[in-house]
Design a protein around this ligand. Structure first.
Ligand SMILES: Nc1ncnc2c1ncn2[C@@H]1O[C@H](COP(=O)(O)OP(=O)(O)O)[C@@H](O)[C@H]1O
Ligand SMILES: [Mg+2]
Length: 266
């Protein structure tokens, strides 16, 4: 069932987005409810990251009549208000993050929406420090709080970026390929964290190109192909042999085990 636009977290209408010479999204419309868990699936280059960056307002669509991106019914936001609604963990952020920051500063920087705390003059309140400690404990990284970002493993960096996204207690977490580059243990740990967060009432908008990275709790799937939505609906109706074979341009067989879906060569 499609969410009611009046209660939507995000409503994108007829958005066309160019990245250089590439039309990354073509007249795309998508409504995400609040709360709602959603996975956006598509091959490399499909436009998934571009779509997330519309949500987070790092990118804007071409201006034309009938085209808009609204968040909780509003078109304009400042990052201070936005961070309570959307927490973001992305590959870009992981690559760009300040290498010298210690783990705790990475988490604290979620309050200031900054990359590291160098030059940040904000005085964190006792409540903000307490909240940060609680999140680090929740994610099992409190003992890494003094470790430098540049000396962390990919999995540790990703957990601290998740902590950064969580300190402001956002209603929705936006995760761009959160399991990319993680070994099985780190990937399964991160999946478990996603499931725990959903259980505590956080909504997740997950972007991935692997069906097996979708936690069972996410029931709505959007398929993105060359900048267009080609399917949007319930998991069992969307993650089918036919639709995934067409999406990836290769024969795919889908199997379901304990709420997880796996894609096999057809
Ligand atoms: N900064 C950029 N400059 C030019 N083209 C870009 C840029 N970023 C992305 N693109 C192009 O836009 C399309 C969509 O990219 P992206 O949203 O990153 O896809 P995905 O995340 O699904 O892999 C791709 O064809 C990609 O090559
Ligand atoms: Mg991407």
């Amino acid at each position: 069932m499609k969410p009611d636009p009046l209660t939507a977290l995000v409503e994108i209408s007829n958005a066309t987005v160019w990245r250089g010479d590439t039309c990354a999204l073509r007249d795309l419309s998508l409504t995400v409810g609040a709360p709602e868990n959603l996975a956006i699936l598509g091959p490399n280059g499909a436009g998934k990251t571009t779509l997330l960056r519309l949500l987070t307002r790092d990118l804007y669509p071409v201006r034309k009549a009938g085209s808009s991106v609204t968040l909780l019914g509003r078109e304009t936001w400042n990052i201070w208000d936005l961070r309570r609604h959307l927490g973001i963990v992305s590959h870009d952020l992981q690559m760009d993050y300040a290498p010298g920051a210690c783990g705790r500063d990475v988490a604290l920087s979620g309050f200031t929406s900054s990359i590291g705390l160098n030059g940040v003059r904000y005085r964190f309140s006792a409540t903000e420090h307490d909240r940060t400690d609680a999140v680090l404990r929740q994610l099992g990284i409190a003992d890494l709080a003094t470790k430098r970002y540049s000396q962390m493993s990919t999995g540790e960096q990703r957990r601290f970026l998740l902590a950064r996204a969580l300190v402001a207690e956002p209603q929705t977490l936006v995760l761009d390929e959160p399991l990319a580059g993680l070994d099985l243990q780190a990937a399964f740990d991160f999946l478990r964290l996603m499931r725990e967060l959903i259980a505590t009432g956080v909504s997740i908008v997950l972007v991935t190109h692997h069906v097996n990275e979708i936690p069972p709790e996410i029931e709505r799937i959007v398929l993105l192909d060359r900048g267009r939505i080609v399917a949007d609906g319930a998991k069992r109706e969307v993650l089918t042999d036919r639709l995934l074979s067409a999406l990836y341009g290769t024969p795919v067989r889908v199997r379901e085990t304990n709420g997880y879906f796996v894609a096999l060569p057809g």
